[in-house]
Design a protein around this ligand. Sequence first.
Ligand SMILES: [Zn+2]
Length: 351
Amino acid sequence: MSNHPIPVIVASGTYHEVGLQIGSQCKTQIQNMLSHLRTSPPPNKTWEQTIAQSKIFLAHSRAIYPHYIDELEGIAKGADVSFDEIFVSMCEELWEGGAWIKGCTDMAARGRATLDGTTLIAHTNDLSENAEDDLVILKIQADAEPEFIGISSGGVGISAGFNAAKISLTGNQLDSNDVRPGVPRLLVVRAILGSRHLSEAMDQCLLPQRASSYNNVIANGTGEVYCMEGSATDLEAIYIEGDVMAHANHYVSAPMRRFELNRADISNSIIRHNRAEYLLKENYGKITPDLLKTLLADHAGYPTSICKHGVTSVTVFSIVIQVEQLRAWIGRGFACETEYFEHQLEPYQLA
Ligand SMILES: [Zn+2]
């Protein structure tokens, strides 16, 4: 696995202009992603039927986030592909349940848990192995939003990032039993990265019209960290306890357990969640960005370890974010082999 840096795509302007710039620079990645999706529509559906079903998601999305639809239209035009297909690629919910073989493990530490008291978020992102080929880092300044850095496989849906207003977003896929037509969770992620305040980011997670939800791990520059552990119809905001927090791919709060799609299928997530929590507690008071990079490479429970080598997904990138300093270290491939590259944003000036 190679350690060359993930390419950085820079775009700025109106939402539509940002979309055009992303689309033209990520044309190859987007066309790869769409050709893969066309050959793997949801079970018992054709690609055309999938597009038809996405129309109700689109109607909800246009009503709530018309500016992000404008951005997606720009992406389609810039990449010379159909908007309908770009929008379907944002609707993971159409493939549920459990068809997206995603993992991800998150660790957060702040205050007394970190060596210098700063807030640190660490995340491994697990996808199918071929997703690594199409990774890009989007550096986006859209309209009056804070500039953000987001990591994407393909250039359209974003997996993790942080913005110049000191809002960070990582998180984990959850498979819930209440998925419904609505605003796709990937559009909610885009909106979180456009938020200026923690409450604004939280409001996106709580959007009543959402089709489903990730566990969105959001943090801000004053050291507040939450797991917004959501499904389509409910959400528990889990606050960082004792200055450390871990999360993987199953519901951990008591109120949300009833939404777990398949409780027989969460063993590898349980192992990663508990191991991450143990590592944070073991290193309490000593946690630094470099230490987190080594914790992300942990192999306890291999191959379904925090640095995930299988069975259905593998770690395709990892990220450590120092929220107050607007700095992040991003590495492609397995966390145990990667080389991290530093990325920085200038602070956003609140109007
Ligand atoms: Zn590894």
